[in-house]
Design a protein around this ligand. Structure first.
Ligand code: H79
Length: 431
């Protein structure tokens, strides 16, 4: 009898563990992953009531603003110049295939019409309209997929307790019901996945605030996949992907790199990859940040990302009036021009077969390998052998044939000086 009981308990334990770890993505989900992998370029949008203060999305934390004081901010949010048609047209013209927008950032403020709290755009701002719904409708019309950035970390909800490493200055009571907070978050996710049509994915952030907490990820992830099987789940926890996650993101770093200091534990998983970066140094609108990256830098980053088999999610922080600042618009236009000409070497490709080098990266599709010379060091380029017989090499821009030699050392190709493009000289290797 006792042995039978032990066996039963053992069986239950084994079943529970395997149920947690066994995540088999549905056919729809796999299709969505393939779409994502091919898309390669998306627009990140950080927009919230914090935008008004012109000091980034962490302003509440950085200026130590308590909750009661921060509650005044939504009263100023009236983006009369918000035009989702212009935003989506801008993204499309830049060559972007999807948009990831903040449905809620760490300040907990819902940019959509939530029935679970009045801490949202419809209830608290003079604007009073659901900007997410407006964007969702426009995206659908224009064939752009919409993803939601959703913060698990919350500086507003009292039930986000015990608190993590941030949010200590928000003046909340020293008590709260953690699981009620998670129920609330699942409830808002249900709203987002029920009322806004088909959603490309959920981009979680803030896990790192309480990384040893019970986040009940299994429950949240399976809720998402039940509501929308094709909805991709990603989590910016800076760790290797957990079961239930469909893509992996790297913040301000190429996969495998750690210039930020928080990508150190981001072991690369076997799901599609994405890296995100800002156009100046800010995610949310920052009035004083004028350190704009050039279009050359950002195009090269996009190319490098593709060479690392990763998407590039490039951020804008719209202004409080709803417009995107002209500096961003003009850079995105330049990127779009480049993608119109060269997108064939980026969209639908995989990174490789040559691993990233100091001179640049490679991408491939079918019987073509694209060599992206980003920092040409010499007119004779030696490409390490990748085990395929080369039929010919041409310059992508003019289709001019290039002289090459393939031997035991690899492929040596001479690139005439006059054909060097200072952003990216693309060679096409036919195999
Ligand atoms: O949404 C954007 C940022 O607001 C968010 N992710 C991107 C996409 C982000 N949150 N945090 N970070 C980026 C950097 C995290 C810094 C931290 Fe810390 C280091 C959090 C905890 C340790 C510095 C020290 C800030 C709080 C304590």
């Amino acid at each position: 009898m006792k042995r039978k009981l032990i066996f039963l308990i053992l069986l239950l334990v084994v079943f529970k563990v395997s149920a947690q770890n066994a995540y088999t993505p549905s056919a729809e989900n796999i299709k969505a992953r393939e779409w994502f992998q091919d898309a390669r370029f998306g627009l990140f949008i950080h927009w919230g009531v914090y935008s008004i203060l012109g000091d980034g999305e962490w302003v509440m934390y950085q200026q130590g603003i308590d909750k009661q004081t921060y509650e005044k901010v939504p009263g100023f949010f009236n983006p009369v110049k918000y035009n989702p048609r212009e935003w989506v047209a801008m993204a499309k013209a830049a060559g972007m295939k999807y948009i990831t927008i903040t449905s809620k950032h760490h300040d907990g403020f819902a940019m959509f019409d939530s029935k679970l709290t009045d801490w949202d755009i419809v209830d608290r701002t003079p604007y009073g309209k659901d900007v997410i719904k407006m964007l969702a409708e426009e995206c659908r019309k224009e064939g752009i997929k919409l993803f939601f950035y959703h913060s698990q970390l919350d500086w507003y909800q009292d039930n986000y307790y015990p608190r993590g490493v941030t949010g200590g200055t928000s003046g909340r009571p020293q008590k709260g019901d953690w699981y009620k907070y998670l129920d609330f978050m699942d409830g808002q996710l249900t709203e987002l996945l029920t009322n806004y049509g088909e959603i490309g994915g959920i981009w979680f952030d803030g896990f790192w605030d309480k990384k040893d907490s019970d986040w009940r990820l299994d429950k949240t992830y399976s809720l998402i996949h039940t509501l929308q099987p094709g909805c991709l789940v990603g989590n910016n926890h800076h760790l290797a992907p957990f079961p239930g996650e469909d893509f992996q993101m790297f913040e301000k770093d190429l996969p495998g790199h750690n210039t930020t200091g928080f990508s150190g534990d981001s072991k690369i998983g076997s799901v599609p990859l994405e890296t995100c970066e800002t156009m100046n140094n800010a995610w949310g609108f920052n009035l004083m940040d004028k350190q704009y990256k050039s279009s050359k830098t950002l195009i090269q980053y996009l190319v490098k990302a593709a060479g690392y088999n990763s998407n590039f999610l490039l951020n804008v922080g719209p202004m409080p009036d709803g417009r995107i600042q002209p500096e961003f618009i003009s850079t995105l236009k330049e990127m779009g021009k480049w993608m119109e000409k060269n997108g064939e070497t980026i969209y639908g490709t995989n990174g490789g077969p040559v691993s990233p080098k100091s001179w640049g990266v490679s991408t491939y599709k079918d019987n073509k390998v694209y060599i992206h010379l980003l920092n040409p060091e010499d007119n004779n380029l030696l490409i390490p052998d990748f085990g395929k017989k080369v039929k010919g090499i041409t310059l992508y821009s003019t289709a001019a044939k290039l002289k090459f030699k393939q031997d035991a050392f690899g492929i040596t190709v001479s690139v005439p000086k006059e054909s060097i493009d200072e952003t990216d000289t693309i060679l096409v290797i036919e195999i």
